[in-house]
Design a protein around this ligand. Sequence first.
Ligand SMILES: *Cc1c(COP(=O)(O)O)cnc(C)c1O
Length: 429
Amino acid sequence: MNFENTLAFATKQDELDPLRKFRNEFLFPKHKENDFIYLCGNSLGLQPKSVQEVMKVQLDNWHNLAIEGWFEGDSPWMYYHKELKELMAPIVGASAVEVCPMNTLTVNLHLLMVSFYQPKAKKFKIIMEAGAFPSDQYAIESQVRFHGYDPAEAIIEVRPRTGEYILRTEDIEAAIAENGEQIALVLFGGVNYFTGQFFDMEAITVAGHAAGAVVGFDLAHAAGNVPLALHNWNVDFACWCSYKYQNGGPGGISGIFVHDKHFGDLKLNRFAGWWGYQEKQRFKMDKGFVPERGADGWQVSCTQVMPMALYHASLKIFEEAGFITPLRTKSEALTGYLIYLIHEVNNALGQLLFEVITPAAASDRGAQVSIIAKVNPKQIFMELVANDVLGDWREPNVIRLSPVPLYNSFTDVFRTGELLMRIGREVLK
Ligand SMILES: *Cc1c(COP(=O)(O)O)cnc(C)c1O
């Protein structure tokens, strides 16, 4: 696409946008009298208008059916998660039996590591990206300690080369190969929360398996954002949250993926609970845990109906939009446009005030552009907010702007570029 730095261009793109109607299916936060230009969907997706009705249905079920809601009504709670599984599968490129909604993200990361981090004698290390989201760092650290190892020894972090922000795939592959004999688990993000880099997950999986390691991913910033093919890439396990790109609501339900090649392995450790027990026998309340086949066998507690209803409402919008492929086309155009406009600003200012640290190649990034502001970064961020553009701030100097294809427009991106120009001029005065 040949971008132009004009409102007319942005307006035209919005008219041509096959997804434009979806913007109207979301509620936008207000800033004084105006709607925010919301570029924070990487942290908390917006509320679909439909959730009010969906929640009302479940509240009515609770009211009218009470305990019988588990087995009665249009959509009994006992089987409610199955409706979500069908809709989650295309988001991550899996079959429905390989995914399940449950718990929250970090909890699931722990539960899956109980099964898939099996350190042995010399093969006890975990390799991960440096600068991973803190919750993942803490989870991994504490799992390593739980098995009696020292995190300083057992965790290998792959970091970008000096002066670079982006991890090179060949460096990840080399680090895995070099330490192959010692690595029990490769655990990466799909999209890095700080830089927005979309890792080559298939290459990482191939490298991990070649080293005889298990390979898992945290897809918090990837699910609902970028195209994923977890089954075909042969990923062992993954988990994600629903509240970022999937608009599942604050603290919303998480999802897990377990590759079907593991379903027959009944020796895998699990921290079990009654909901993971064979569904047909569950209420016999027998002694001795036997897992349900598939990702469902990792469930612990009973179905969290309310957060699942929120996630369900949002997944229905993804279904209507055609899941990821059409969204990805628009997403690449939106981030491409934003990066183009930032270059325009720098050119006009005659200096690199805003350095884009997100990969330039659309295939290597998600719906997020991270920029380092070289002068008064915090002030620039505050000025954006004061002028109705809500991105987010990461210490010490990074502004993340995330145009989400379901509800952001080319005009949103144009206005943001215009504002960066105005603020840039003021800061440099
Ligand atoms: C957002 C995010 C989390 C948050 O975890 P919760 O358990 O949902 O609070 C964890 N890991 C990554 C990589 C994230 O981006």
